[in-house]
Design a protein around this ligand. Structure first.
Ligand code: PBG
Length: 327
C-alpha cells in the first residue's frame, strides 16, 4: 500500500460534498451595512470613490433601509455629515444633529427589527477633522476629548441607538462612555469598541464620503495604531474589555487577518471586523476594469474575514452580498 495521495481531493469532488465539509459559511446574519446620512440634502449624493454608496437624505435613508430589512440584513451603522462643523464637533451631541435625528426616525419606523449602531466619534463634526480636541501643540488632547465622547454617547443612546461604537482611539474612551451611559440610565446600551484600529491609508474614500480633510496635512498616527504592530492590538483589546466593552472590532480587515485570528483565539466576546472603504474601492475598481470577478472576489474576501475569526463584518458590500445570498 502506498500512502493515499488522493485523500484530500476526494472530498472536493462535487459541489454538494464541498458544501457539506465547508468550515466557514458566510450568511446574511454576518453583515452590517455602514450608511451615511447628510444634513440639508433632499436627494442622495453619489460618492465617486465608493461606487454604489451614497450620502443619504433623511428620506432616502428609509429606501435603503427598507431594502436591507427586506434582505434580512440584521444591522446598520450610521455616520453623519453635518452642515456645521466647529473645533469641538458639537453637532455630534446636538439632539437635533443629523445622526440623532436619523436614529429617532429609524427606530420609530423599524423598532427592534433592525440593530441600529452609531459610530461614536467627532471627526465628521470637527472643523479640523481630528477625532477630538486639538491642543496648542497640535496634538489631540486625550482626556479633554473623553468629555465630548461622553456627551455624544448619551445623545446617541437617547435618540435610540441600539449600540454605540466608539472609533476615536482615545485611551480610556470605553470606560468614560460606559460611565456616562450608566449615569443616564442607559445600562442596556452595549458598546462595540473599535479596539484595534490602525492608522490606515484604506480610509481615504470614507473621508470623501464624510467630507473630512485633516487640517494642515495631518494624520491620525498619534492616536490610531501603527500597522507594524500586532501584539499591541492585544493590549488595546484587553484594555477595552477591562473598561467594559461588550464587543470588539478590528479595523481594517483584510490586511489585519492575523489580528482578527489572534483575537479569536483569546477573546470571549463577539468580534467585529470592518472591511473599510479603501478595501471596497480597490475591489470595485479592479472589477470595473474587468481584472477580477467582483462578485466572486467579494464572497472570497468576506468569507476569509469570517474564517480568520470575525463574528460579523461591517462592509459596504452588505446589500449586494445579501441580495446574492438570498438568490
Ligand atoms: C472615524 C471613522 C473612520 C472610519 C470609521 N470611523 C475614519 C478614520 O478613522 O479616519 C473609516 C471607515 C472606512 O474607511 O470605511 N469616525
Amino acid at each position: 500500500m502506498t500512502f493515499p495521495q488522493r485523500r484530500l481531493r476526494r472530498l472536493r469532488r462535487t459541489p454538494a460534498l464541498r458544501r457539506l465539509v465547508a468550515e466557514t459559511t458566510l450568511t446574511v446574519d454576518d453583515l452590517v451595512a455602514p450608511l451615511f446620512v447628510r444634513e440639508g440634502i433632499t436627494e442622495p449624493q453619489p460618492i465617486e470613490s465608493l461606487p454604489g454608496v451614497v450620502q443619504h437624505s433623511q428620506d432616502s435613508l428609509f429606501d435603503e433601509l427598507d431594502e436591507l430589512v427586506r434582505l434580512g440584513v440584521p444591522a446598520v451603522i450610521l455616520f453623519g455629515i453635518p452642515l456645521k462643523k466647529d473645533p469641538e464637533g458639537s453637532e455630534a451631541w446636538n439632539p437635533e444633529g443629523v445622526v440623532q435625528v436619523a436614529l429617532r426616525r429609524v427606530k420609530e419606523r423599524y423598532g427592534d427589527q433592525l440593530v441600529v449602531m452609531a459610530d461614536l466619534c467627532v471627526d465628521e463634526y470637527t472643523s479640523h477633522g481630528h477625532c477630538g480636541i486639538v491642543d496648542d501643540s497640535g496634538s489631540v488632547d486625550n482626556d479633554a476629548t473623553l468629555e465630548l465622547y461622553r456627551r455624544a454617547a448619551v445623545a446617541q443612546a437617547r435618540a435610540g441607538a441600539d449600540v454605540v461604537a466608539p472609533s476615536g482611539m482615545m485611551d480610556g474612551q470605553v470606560a468614560a462612555i460606559r460611565d456616562a451611559l450608566d449615569a443616564e440610565g442607559f445600562v442596556d446600551t452595549p458598546i462595540l469598541a473599535y479596539a484595534a484600529k490602525y492608522a490606515s491609508s484604506f480610509y481615504g474614500p470614507f473621508r470623501d464620503a464624510v467630507d473630512v480633510t485633516i487640517a494642515d496635512g495631518g494624520d491620525r498616527k498619534g492616536y490610531q495604531q501603527d500597522f507594524r504592530n500586532r501584539r499591541e492590538a492585544a493590549a488595546e483589546i484587553d484594555l477595552d474589555l477591562a473598561e467594559g466593552a461588550d464587543m470588539i472590532m478590528v479595523k481594517p480587515a483584510l490586511s489585519y487577518l492575523d489580528v482578527i485570528a489572534d483575537a479569536q483565539a483569546t477573546v470571549d466576546v463577539p468580534i467585529a471586523a470592518y472591511h473599510v472603504s479603501g478595501e471596497y474601492a480597490m475591489l470595485k475598481a479592479a472589477a470595473a476594469n474587468g481584472w477580477i470577478d467582483g462578485d466572486l472576489a467579494a464572497m472570497e474576501i468576506l468569507t476569509s474575514i469570517k474564517r480568520a475569526g470575525a463574528d460579523f463584518i461591517l462592509t459596504y458590500l452588505a446589500r449586494e452580498v445579501a441580495a446574492r445570498l438570498s438568490e
